[in-house]
Design a protein around this ligand. Structure first.
Ligand SMILES: NC(=O)C1=CN([C@@H]2O[C@H](COP(=O)(O)OP(=O)(O)OC[C@H]3O[C@@H](n4cnc5c(N)ncnc54)[C@H](OP(=O)(O)O)[C@@H]3O)[C@@H](O)[C@H]2O)C=CC1
Ligand SMILES: N[C@@H](CC=O)C(=O)O
Length: 429
């Protein structure tokens, strides 16, 4: 039996999918008895040079795929909300299964699209939207049947991890490393989505929906990217035995959920420190299985293509686990997972007074200095406090100019959260 597929997009992901389906089609047929065939590919520009031979397959007219009754599965690899949203919706309404790699779309419209898929008795699958090649959504589906999972988080953006790694280990500038990530096909069409933390935020929202059965309004989650990290911050962190990573995390407590996307300092002996380049690492904590850390390539042509093809195989095998939906209301809470943080302050060259003022403040607030360095008008330190970190930073801001502030990850992140005010409410579906 042959199943006809319509592919929307032939960029990094679409090309990976095309390569895998065409090269492994025979093997898939041997293994599960179904031969997947790509019948049409939607692109924006018909004249663009392609890395694969696609004569006769390209079209600029989406209706040639969406209205084709022979096409049973649509793979969306365009990205962004429009026109992807309309195309996915139309495909589902016409009874086609959909596979997408589009985290922005799933984070923002996943609930609505899942409902349409359910009503039309088709699958909507999105493994590639989180963690690249890591089969994390599939694992969560399995694990949450037996376990109560209360923590999900980790490194979920390949581009930023690549940039931070190259800046730290090979002395690249931020701009050079970003350019490389773009050339390697890791970055989003607009790389601001990566470096400002939006991509990680979308992925976190998808993970939290899956793990906690909640629908998270993405603007209720605090977000900070890596675009303000300087070589100076990386050098100080390195010197004191830490690596900087962009961390996305969600933790369920009895009466709410803490969540955030932010750069953090991780001790060199922590597993996350050793997750480099384009790799991602996703931590899950359950009451029976304990802790899992899933590591793998978080972006790129073949790793992402592989995750899409895994969804395709699941559909061909007719496999799926429905989300276990339940109504509840849980607040997103603002909280910190640490009592230790890194600061870099700007001091004027001769401003001994400024430095004295800062040191006096830290002493008065009973903040202990773990590491510190003061040179050329800069004071950088790793400090520890028993007080609320955010409140302390606010007070410090009143007397000096804070150029950088990142939390330091502690081993007890999952156990211990310092609570403060509720920020927003999310509906648990
Ligand atoms: N890159 C990666 O490693 C990963 C990406 N993703 C996600 O996968 C999706 C695709 O990403 P990626 O492959 O990198 O993106 P690219 O920019 O490389 O490719 C996008 C493709 O979509 C086509 N396209 C864009 N706009 C339109 C339009 N209006 N109508 C028809 N075709 C259009 C482009 O056509 P043309 O070629 O003619 O310009 C291109 O082929 C995104 O949602 C991204 O977030 C997920 C995981 C990893
Ligand atoms: N731009 C994304 C691509 C994969 O999701 C990333 O760098 O992680």
């Amino acid at each position: 039996m042959t199943v006809k597929i319509g592919l929307l997009g032939l960029g990094t992901v679409g090309t990976g999918v095309y390569k895998l389906i065409t090269s492994r089609g025979g093997h898939i047929k041997e293994s599960i008895g179904v031969y997947p065939e790509i019948k049409k590919i939607l692109v924006k520009n018909l004249n663009k040079p392609r890395k694969v031979k696609v004569e006769g397959l390209l079209t600029q007219n989406a209706e040639e795929i969406l209205k084709d009754k022979e096409i049973k599965i649509v793979i969306e690899a365009i990205g962004g909300i429009y026109p992807a949203y309309e195309y996915v919706k139309e495909a589902l309404f016409s009874g086609k299964h959909v596979i997408t790699a589009n985290k922005e779309l799933i984070a923002q419209y996943g609930e609505e699209l899942n409902e349409i898929a359910g009503k039309n008795r088709v699958f909507l699958k999105c493994e590639a939207s989180v963690g690249g090649a890591i089969p994390i959504l599939h694992q969560i589906d399995r694990l949450k049947i037996t376990d109560e999972i209360d923590f999900v988080g980790g490194i979920v953006n390949g581009t930023t991890n690549y940039i931070l790694t190259k800046m730290t280990t090979e002395g690249r500038s931020y701009e050079e490393a970003l350019k490389e990530a773009q050339q390697l096909g890791y970055a989003e069409a607009n790389p601001d989505y990566d470096v400002k933390g939006f991509d990680a935020l979308y992925k976190l929202a998808i993970l939290m929906r899956k793990v906690f059965n909640i629908n998270v309004p993405i603007n209720s989650i605090p977000r900070k990217g890596i675009d303000e990290i300087t070589t100076q911050d990386l050098n100080y962190s390195n010197k004191w035995g830490y690596k900087i990573k962009l961390f996305a995390w969600g933790k369920k407590v009895k009466d709410g959920i803490f969540a955030g996307v932010e750069p953090i300092l991780v001790e060199e002996n922590n597993i996350l420190s050793r997750v480099n380049d384009v790799n991602n690492a996703i931590i899950l904590r359950g009451d029976s299985f304990g802790e899992y850390v899933f590591v793998g390539k978080g972006a790129g042509e073949l790793p992402t293509g592989d995750a899409v093809v895994a969804d395709l195989i699941d559909i061909l095998l007719n496999y799926d686990i429905k989300d276990n939906l339940r109504i509840n209301l849980l607040p997103i809470r603002q909280g910190s997972f640490t009592d230790t943080f890194y600061i870099r302050l700007k001091l004027y060259k001769e401003d001994i007074l400024g430095l004295k003022k800062v040191l006096k403040f830290l002493k008065e607030q009973r903040v202990s200095i773990v590491e510190s360095s003061s040179e050329n008008g800069t004071f950088a330190a790793i400090v520890k406090t028993k007080k609320n970190v955010e409140e302390l930073i606010e007070k410090l801001e009143e007397i000096t100019e804070i150029k950088a502030f990142f939390k330091v990850l502690q081993e007890d992140i999952i156990e211990e959260l310092k609570l403060s005010e509720f920020k927003d409410f999310v509906e648990v579906i």
